[in-house]
Design a protein around this ligand. Structure first.
Ligand SMILES: [Zn+2]
Ligand SMILES: [Zn+2]
Length: 829
């Protein structure tokens, strides 16, 4: 009997076999329906909560929810890391609200309290509604954020038992004013940290220190709250929870919620006739491919959402699809993105729901919180950056019985190339972890000051704040920020508030304001360190789909003056970078080669820019710039090979710069598979003969002062990471290197030299020496010790040194999805 094909399968078959598309579908994954697994309610959950859940249609909890409830009720720090729509909030709300109900029986009606932290105000507001649905009104839940009117704040402090806020408000508003929160803090039973995977990198490191400050203040008031965290599925959520809270944590990862069947296709657009930099072949863009597929789907009356990465792409996909469809179907396709008025957005959501709209091209604005159901298909034009977003977006499709279709369309980039050829990276156990580095002294120092302002710091506190804190205190005293009293404790000495010195989401340094010169209108900001590469004098700057020319970058006043213009070219900055090793923390021998992790100093100078004709990519000329060098002290992972290894790999000296440079580019592209960063958070340098290692060496470093945990994660997973890098390069069918494998969009050296074939051989010879087994991956076999320090300061590398990646970390997290590339943000130095 022939197998019966489901509707999604039939759709995918039609898409992939018509119009000469037969070789674009690289993989089809059939995700079978998963039945629900239930558990009885734990006895420790109050009957009132059980009754409200029942009224909301929840008869029994899913097994993972019950497990989380039991762990929390027995005082364990617990992180629930299960899929989207798996009811994580009931998992933490049931124990929290049960305890708060117990507390209402106290004489003052508030014998127990709980604090809820969300990364956004909107999520906190949503969670307040959920709490109100589950708990009787005598459990008083209240929002406390920047929008809370002053007259309400006092009420919240005095009477609310469940306070919903965000880490910024905890840092800036609650902790510094802890005496006014004394009665709330005294009885604090739970701290809920929702969406904790969003606390990554420097922001995550700040939040980790805020939570330590909270724990210290609670201890002073005699409470020791239980932490409950909710996370997307990632690798090692327990370790992330431990880094975030400083407490050992139990992870609940077995998702017992039901799921409908899904057919998931991985799709690679074809190479086109066009050529890019150095004659490299260019693939059709993911957005153009998405518009073609959307056209076909809409013609078949399939309700489809396309997720794209920028607002501009949303408009482009919608326009292109409308053009291809013609009327009347064109009227049933639209774009959806942040920046539209709320009314417009509601109308679009309604039209999609009723089926008046068949196709919608959207940024991630539609990813969260918007109630849409009844979609047949979801297309993703480019990997959305994390598995959490991928499943969030894919999960938008699906009618119960029929199942759903999801297609990931690869962009021209090594990570996307790797993913569409390695489905196990998406469908098997996650390898991507949420990383942060609370020990970064640049992050820790202002929190030590804030903590000292809250309550004088004593030696007993140092354990809580980690091993970097002891050595930092005398430095802070030297800077006149702290003073040690005769009793041995440290005090904040300034008149201003210590917490005002740090913005949890900022990256340090004054952002550069982008000002439209005829009107004086502020268009946006770019982070200080990114300004040199993105808004230097003469740069073409894109903003919301319009193009501007930078007339002048004034570093003294941190302003870039721009004027509307429509030049026929784009610009790309050229820079030189040198890197020196300050200290080597850990070295692992990989046969003759070697892998290291430690501290480095990166000196970067933007020296000019190229103008490239948009239509052909032809270089129209180079202009010199006179900008000062910038210095960044940060953490890096680096690897070196010996001359013998180069001989083994058949890499003559003239191929070495291109091999190392290509391997560096691709490895930067692949690191986000293992750590939740994007390639703008990290940089790299490859050197044929490095003065510190005296060997050919490739460095990958964190683009934030003091590091953010990304390079460290690369070090811990080096074997898998570099294997994936080699595979990504090898599996690209281009001949000599292209943006899908070794070319980088942010190369300061104009992607020159690059040698794709030699890069594969170089990585192979390095990996051949990697120790077998997991010891190498965890660095457990590592020997530690001081490395070659560089007392003479930064050195200039070989003049033929291939270029660094553009300095500086990623674009700011935009809850509406990345706006039109405002360029990277970064540290100031
Ligand atoms: Zn390629
Ligand atoms: Zn480069």
């Amino acid at each position: 009997m022939p197998p019966r094909h489901s509707l999604p399968e039939a759709l995918l078959a039609t898409l992939s076999t018509t119009r000469g598309r037969s070789d674009r579908l690289t993989h089809t994954e059939h995700l079978p329906a998963r039945p629900a697994r239930y558990s009885p309610w734990p006895d420790s959950i109050r009957p009132e909560i059980v009754a409200s859940a029942l009224a909301l249609g929840v008869e029994r909890p899913w097994a993972h929810q019950a497990e989380a409830m039991k762990l929390a009720k027995t005082g364990h720090t617990v992180v629930i890391a299960t899929g989207t729509a798996s009811g994580k909030s009931l998992g933490y709300l049931a124990p929290v609200l049960s305890d708060l109900l117990d507390g209402t029986e106290a004489r003052n009606g508030r014998g127990a309290t709980a604090l809820y932290l969300a990364p956004t105000k909107a999520l906190a507001a949503d969670q307040r509604r959920r709490a109100a649905e589950l708990a009787p009104p005598r459990v008083r839940a209240a929002l406390y954020d920047g929008d809370t009117p002053p007259e309400e704040r006092e009420w919240v402090r005095q009477y609310a038992s469940y306070v919903l806020t965000n880490p910024d408000m905890l840092h800036r508003g609650i902790l510094p004013a802890h005496p006014r929160w004394a009665s709330f803090l005294k009885t604090l039973r739970y701290v809920v940290v929702d969406e904790c995977h969003s606390y990554r990198g420097v922001f995550g490191s700040h939040v980790a220190q805020v939570l330590r400050r909270l724990r210290r203040i609670c201890a002073r008031y005699g409470s020791s709250p239980t932490f409950m965290l909710a996370s997307a599925t990632t690798a090692d959520p327990a370790a992330t929870a431990r880094r975030l809270t400083g407490l050992p944590a139990e992870a609940v990862t077995e998702d017992a919620s039901p799921r409908g069947p899904m057919v998931f296709g991985l799709w690679e657009p074809p190479l086109t006739e066009n050529v890019g930099e150095h004659g490299a072949p260019v693939r059709r863009t993911a957005t153009a491919e998405a518009a073609h597929l959307l056209t076909d789907l809409v013609e078949q009356q399939t309700r489809t959402v396309v997720f794209v990465r920028s607002r501009r792409s949303a408009e482009l996909v919608a326009l292109q699809t409308q053009d291809q469809l013609g009327r009347p179907l064109a009227d049933r396709v639209a774009a959806y993105r942040g920046g539209y008025l709320a009314d417009e957005r509601r109308a679009l959501e309604r039209d999609l729901q009723t089926g008046r709209l068949l196709g919608l091209a959207s940024t991630s604005a539609l990813e969260l919180g918007v109630d849409i159901s009844g979609l047949d298909a979801v297309l993703m034009a480019g990997y959305p950056g994390t598995r959490a977003s991928l499943w969030q977006q894919a999960g938008r499709a699906g009618r119960e019985a029929q199942g759903a279709l999801a297609i990931l369309i690869a962009r021209d980039d090594p990570l996307d190339t790797y993913l569409v050829h390695h489905p196990e990276a998406l469908f098997a156990t996650p390898v991507e972890a949420t990383v942060l580095d609370p020990d970064n002294p640049h992050v820790l120092a202002p929190h030590l000051c804030a903590a000292a302002a809250e309550l004088p710091l004593t030696d007993a506190d140092l354990e809580l704040f980690g091993p970097s804190s002891g050595p930092l205190l005398p430095i802070l005293e030297q800077r006149g920020l702290l003073r040690r009293r005769t009793d041995g404790s440290w005090y904040w000495t300034r008149r201003e508030r210590a917490v005002d010195a740090v913005d949890l989401r900022g990256s340090g340094g004054n952002p550069v304001q982008i000002v439209e010169s005829p009107t004086g209108r502020l268009l946006g900001t770019v982070d200080a360190s990114a300004a040199h590469t993105t808004v230097h004098t003469g740069a073409v700057h894109l903003h919301r789909g319009r193009s501007y020319l930078v007339r002048e970058l004034d570093l003294d006043s941190s302003v870039a003056l721009v004027e509307p213009a429509d030049p026929p070219y784009t610009t790309s900055a050229r820079d030189i970078t040198s890197i020196s090793v300050l200290s080597t923390d850990t070295t692992v021998d990989w046969g003759e080669g070697r892998l290291c992790f430690g501290s480095v100093e990166v000196v970067n100078q933007v020296v000019g820019y190229l103008r490239k004709r948009i239509s052909t990519g032809e270089i129209m000329g180079e202009t010199k710039l006179d900008l000062p060098p910038r210095t960044l002290r940060t953490r890096a992972v680096w690897w070196s090979v010996t001359e013998d290894q180069l001989l083994d790999a058949d890499i003559p000296l003239d191929q070495l710069p291109g091999a190392a440079h290509a391997a560096e580019h691709a490895s930067i592209g692949l690191l986000p598979l293992f750590a939740t960063c994007d390639r703008w958070d990290i940089g790299g340098v490859s050197v044929p003969l490095h003065p510190d290692t005296r060997l050919p060496t490739v460095f990958v470093y964190d683009g934030h002062p003091g590091g953010a945990g990304f390079a460290e994660r690369g070090f811990q997973r080096a074997q898998q990471w570099l294997t994936a890098t080699r595979d990504a390069i090898a599996s690209c069918e281009c001949e000599r290197g292209c943006p899908s494998c070794v070319q980088s969009p942010k190369c300061g050296n104009g992607n020159d030299p690059l040698d794709k074939a030699a890069a594969v051989r170089l990585l192979e010879v390095l990996l051949a020496g990697a120790p077998a087994g997991a010891a190498a991956e965890t660095g457990a076999a590592a020997e530690t010790g001081p490395g070659p320090a560089d007392p003479s300061g930064p050195k200039q590398s070989e003049p033929e040194q291939p270029g660094p990646e553009q300095y500086g970390p990623g674009a700011p997290a935009d809850p509406q999805g990345p706006a039109d590339q405002e360029g990277p943000i970064a540290e100031g130095s």
